[in-house]
Design a protein around this ligand. Structure first.
Ligand SMILES: Cc1ncc(C[n+]2csc(CCOP(=O)(O)OP(=O)(O)O)c2C)c(N)n1
Length: 562
């Protein structure tokens, strides 16, 4: 059977189970759009290609499937770069399909030509320029395989316009074989035996879990492992939800804005079991001081992330879910009858840190941003709720004051820290989970970076909720200026902003505002229970800071507290 390139693309998308894609058309992909309109794949017309990739990213995280974004050549392609880089840093499986000028024009500075393969080489897991129609089906198949396998990540496929129109006989490769790519899923059992021995010997063990646990769907195995061994658990920002926030063994988040008890216990532990993490500098602070008294186990599917930033006693290359599954079996074979006695002192020390230095803020006359998140949690804890965030203080307060029980419910741009991520990611998450409540916790700066996606949400009837913690500042930068630049507030005051209530209404959404603490609950109740897209504008205390805070480059045990 002979098909055009555009038809082959549709076939592969369908074979790969893609039922939703986020995109924006243009001349180089007009043939592809022509075919797309004949299929039953749902296309979400975003208002900016950056929003398209973030939406695909949010969709991937909420659904566990590969997110797909389709854009045109030139500016369409360059607009995707921030989204791709964010997905790359956070290891999110996304396939981005870009149109390209016709093959014979490549290199001619043709209209809307950019070398998007060159531009995205350092921020994709892999990328392709399709030069021959006969390669198209194989390349697309490989793109999906690469995006979702091993350590996941974004893959870009650049399809010249003539390739989309050219004909080829269509054979979908049944399996993907790539000689140079063969991720190790099964860990070395001897390494795992060493881990078990360290667990038996440890007096002050800590588990440190990251996004890899969520990506490999290993949260149940992690929870079982921690409970069996009575080892307290902290996570990175990306790992929130990998372990239940209500469990007594939960330490809270680690790192620059981590809890006192998470940072202190990592500082003095004698065994750190790191699972699916990459030891980001926002987690480690001063690397030489990080878990300096501890033996370190590092379990990860990506061998290049092991010993990259932190020395490791026992490296384990393997899938988190499979590795934890084996560890649980090995632990089950041990006699752990004296475990609670062995752990008592350590867990009591941690409880002491929790009660003497809890996460705290002082109520005042103005609305405190932390109070808004606490109320948001209270009102949504019994509903299936997905929180996305923008970047800055809003992101950290969401991470600290919302409590996540399950994976896939906290969606944030962790590695790249992209302002403007939260709203389009919420749109993607809402597409993946139509019955969930999806809330973007935003700053007044960040929300203006991709505010145009309000139109997308309203067009498709997506009832996402935006909670703006409106401090009229680029708050996180202002905080650094206050604490480390002697209050020299260079260019962080947002002296003019739109009226977010009117802006919401202009987009056809609902706009609500709270200016006093006593208005917070009523606004949240009205907004969260509305069936429509809603912006809630909370005028919060302007100069509130996020605490604890570890100054950049300091040991994580040296925290500034409230
Ligand atoms: C695209 C982008 N540009 C700049 C930054 C640097 N940056 C990090 S936090 C921040 C302030 C964010 O302000 P706002 O969205 O109002 O949130 P707040 O910190 O006040 O909660 C800035 C400018 C960034 N992370 N992303």
């Amino acid at each position: 059977m002979k098909l055009t390139g555009a038809q082959i693309l549709m076939k592969v998308l369908q074979e790969e189970g893609v039922d939703t894609l986020f995109g924006y058309p243009g001349g180089a992909v007009i043939d592809i759009y022509d075919e797309l309109a004949k299929t039953d794949i749902r296309h979400i017309l975003v208002r900016h290609e950056q929003g398209g990739v973030h939406a695909a990213d949010g969709y991937a995280r909420a659904s566990g499937k590969v997110g797909v974004c389709l854009v045109t050549s030139g500016p369409g392609a360059t607009n995707t770069v921030t989204g791709i880089a964010s997905a790359y840093m956070d290891s999110i499986p996304v396939v981005v399909i870009t149109g390209q000028v016709p093959t014979q024009l490549i290199g001619n500075d043709a209209f809307q030509e950019v070398d998007i393969v060159g531009i995205t080489r350092p921020c994709t897991k892999h990328n392709y320029l399709v030069k021959n129609i006969d390669d198209l089906a194989r390349i697309l198949r490989e793109a999906f395989f690469l995006a979702r396998s091993g350590r996941p990540g974004p893959v870009l496929v650049d399809i010249p316009k003539d390739i989309a129109r050219a004909m080829a006989s269509y054979k979908l490769p049944k399996s993907v074989k790539m000689a140079s790519y063969n991720p190790t899923y099964n860990p070395n059992m001897r390494q795992l035996q060493k881990v078990v021995k360290l667990v038996q010997e440890a007096k002050r063990p800590v588990i440190f879990a990251g996004g890899g646990v969520i990506l490999s769907k290993a949260a149940p195995e992690l929870t079982a492992f921690a409970r069996k061994t009575q080892i307290p658990v902290t996570t990175s920002l990306m790992g929130l939800g990998a372990f239940p926030g209500s469990d007594p063994l939960w330490l809270g988040m680690i790192g620059m804005h981590g809890t006192y008890r998470a940072n202190m216990s990592t500082g003095v532990c004698d065994l750190l079991i790191a699972i699916g993490v990459r030891f980001d500098d926002r987690v480690t602070g001063k690397t030489e001081a990080f878990a300096a008294q501890s033996k370190i186990v590092h379990i990860d599917i990506d061998p290049t992330s092991i010993r990259k930033n932190i020395p490791v006693t026992v490296p384990v290359v393997g899938d988190c879910k499979i590795s934890l599954g084996h560890l649980n079996q090995l632990i089950d074979a041990l006699d752990l009858s004296d475990l609670s006695d062995r752990r008592r002192e350590w867990l009591e020390t941690i409880d002491g840190w929790k009660s003497t230095k809890p996460l705290a803020y002082q109520q005042g006359e103005a609305i405190k941003p932390q109070f808004v998140i606490e109320k948001l949690y209270e009102l949504t804890r019994d509903r299936e709720t997905i929180i996305t965030t923008e970047v800055g203080q809003n992101q950290m307060w969401a991470a600290q004051y919302y409590h996540f029980e399950k994976p896939g419910h906290f969606i944030t741009s962790g590695g790249l820290g992209v302002m403007g991520f939260g709203l389009p990611a919420a749109i993607g998450a809402q597409m993946a989970c139509p019955d969930s409540l999806v809330v973007d916790v935003a700053g007044d700066g960040s929300i203006q970076m991709n505010i145009q996606e309000m139109a997308t949400a309203v067009q498709y009837g997506l009832p996402v909720k935006v909670v703006i913690l409106n401090n009229r500042y680029l708050g996180m930068v202002r905080q650094w200026q206050e604490l480390f630049y002697e209050c020299r507030y260079a260019c962080t005051a947002m002296e003019h902003a739109p009226d977010f209530v009117k802006l919401a209404e202009a987009y056809g959404a609902v706009g609500l505002r709270a200016e006093k603490p006593e208005e917070v609950e009523a606004v949240l109740r009205e907004g969260l229970f509305s069936p429509r897209t809603v912006i809630m504008d909370f005028k919060v205390q302007q100069t509130e800071c996020v605490y604890p805070m570890v100054p950049a480059g300091a040991p994580i045990t040296e925290m500034l507290l409230v």
